[in-house]
Design a protein around this ligand. Structure first.
Ligand code: PEP
Ligand code: MG
Length: 414
């Protein structure tokens, strides 16, 4: 596959911030097009989105990169991504930035898959992927995604544990989202109908009242639709963490929890609400704290590392050694290309971790993440519930299931 041309334009994330849409064309005429999303509660060790100098510097680098890449031939995704990484030369894309690197990597994958005549998930999995994940969506949110004006826990999430089609699961998430909106009108006098960066409702309720409300919505929708639904949270604890005092600040209660209290609080919430999915319960460097929670609750809940792992093979290896988690969040732009992303998936899988492929809070209107989730063999696809930039990805997954046939849903057994 020879690169015939590389073009770009400025596109926008769902927060209205600029990102770069990359268009890569192969000699055959096959093209791929992708624009990277952007996180707000980013792990400290993520690949930087932009080089020093920001967007202007990234565009200058792209002009130079175009001179280098046009006319080159690549046999595989890995060959392209290794070339990209060597062109960057820093090991974590800090020279060219992950917006450029992931944009090029995904655009190449889409073009190469088209040239091969297969869907992108088959190109990425070398023809092996045969299952699809369960949808996992944020229905009530706070933290950085709500400018600190809602609950302190970043996300209250819902997912079905068993489905017969992706649409069945997704429709159930939509119903829960609607039900949560209705219950907020009843229980939160100050509710304005406001939603946050990921389309999750915002509220003046306390974290626990919010959890109890979502739990009621889950029970009601489960019995109305006959779909078994479970509750999850992303505490995004690094965003609550105060390094100076080694404690966690809960603004709504105006209260600091020390490390031990934070661990106990997470364990209490798991028990009180029957939570089956807990992401980032402690801050990103506290592998030992993660391990305590995983040891105490890992048999009845997924304990999921996001900021602690940042889709990075060596961080995941450490986590497996320490038994810090039983699942990992995979976000391609944390690491900057698809080969590094799939290497992280492979490492996690070898260590027995479940895979959760995730959107970012600032998403773009591209569907490719659905293919990455299938190729990764994910058990869960964390991609919000409403908002066009999220729906486009859920819809891609539904179309792949409905049009291709042969793909089987994952099941959740805890
Ligand atoms: C998350 O923390 O899981 C998340 C999606 O947030 P962001 O994209 O803002 O980092
Ligand atoms: Mg997270």
């Amino acid at each position: 596959m020879r690169v015939k041309d590389l073009k770009w334009t400025i596109n926008y994330t769902s927060r209205g911030n600029p990102t770069i849409e990359i268009v890569l064309e192969l000699d055959s005429g096959a093209t791929g097009r992708f624009a990277s999303p952007a996180g707000a509660s980013r792990g400290r060790l993520e690949a930087p989105p932009y080089p020093e100098g920001g967007l202007t510097a990234a565009l200058k680098i792209l002009r130079e990169f175009r001179e280098d890449v046009v006319g080159r031939e690549f046999e595989s995704q890995k060959e392209f991504d290794v070339y990209l990484s060597e062109y960057d030369g820093t090991g974590n894309y800090s020279r060219i930035g992950s917006v450029v690197s992931l944009g090029c990597s995904v655009a190449f994958a889409e073009a190469a898959a088209k040239e091969d005549g297969v869907p992108m998930f088959l190109w990425l999995s070398k023809g092996t992927a045969s299952g699809y994940p369960l949808p996992l969506g944020n229905v009530l949110g706070g933290g950085k995604h709500s400018r600190g004006r809602s609950i302190d826990i970043q996300e209250i999430l819902v997912f079905p544990s068993r489905i017969s089609s992706y649409r069945e699961g997704y429709d159930a998430l939509i119903e829960v989202h609607k039900k949560v909106g209705k219950l907020l009108i009843q229980r939160d006098p100050g509710f304005t109908g406001g939603k946050n960066d990921e389309g999750a409702w915002t509220t003046n309720l306390s974290d626990e009242d919010a959890l109890s409300l979502v739990s009621d919505a889950v029970d009601q929708v489960s019995s109305e639709l006959g779909v078994k639904l479970a509750l999850g949270i992303d505490a995004a604890a690094s965003t609550l963490y105060d390094e100076a005092t080694n404690s966690y600040f809960y603004r709504r209660r105006n209260r600091y929890l020390d490390r031990e209290q934070q661990i106990n609080y997470m364990l209490e919430l798991i028990d009180k609400f029957g939570i089956k999915y807990v992401e980032d319960p402690v801050e990103e460097n506290d592998y030992a704290g993660f391990s305590i929670i995983n040891r105490e609750a890992g048999r009845r809940s997924l304990i999921v590392g996001d900021d602690i792992f940042v889709t990075n093979v060596s961080r995941i290896k450490l986590g497996i050694e320490d038994k810090a988690a039983n699942a990992v969040i995979i976000k391609p732009n944390q690491v900057g290309d698809l080969t590094k992303t799939l290497d992280a998936v492979m490492e996690a899988g070898l260590g027995g971790l479940k895979i959760v492929v995730s959107h970012r809070s600032g998403e773009t209107v591209f569907p490719h993440l659905a293919h990455i989730a299938i190729a990764a063999g994910a058990i869960l696809f964390k991609c919000g519930v409403v908002g066009g930039e999220r729906i486009v990805k859920h819809m891609e997954l539904m179309r792949l299931e409905e049009e291709l046939g042969g793909l089987k849903p994952a099941t959740f057994n805890l």
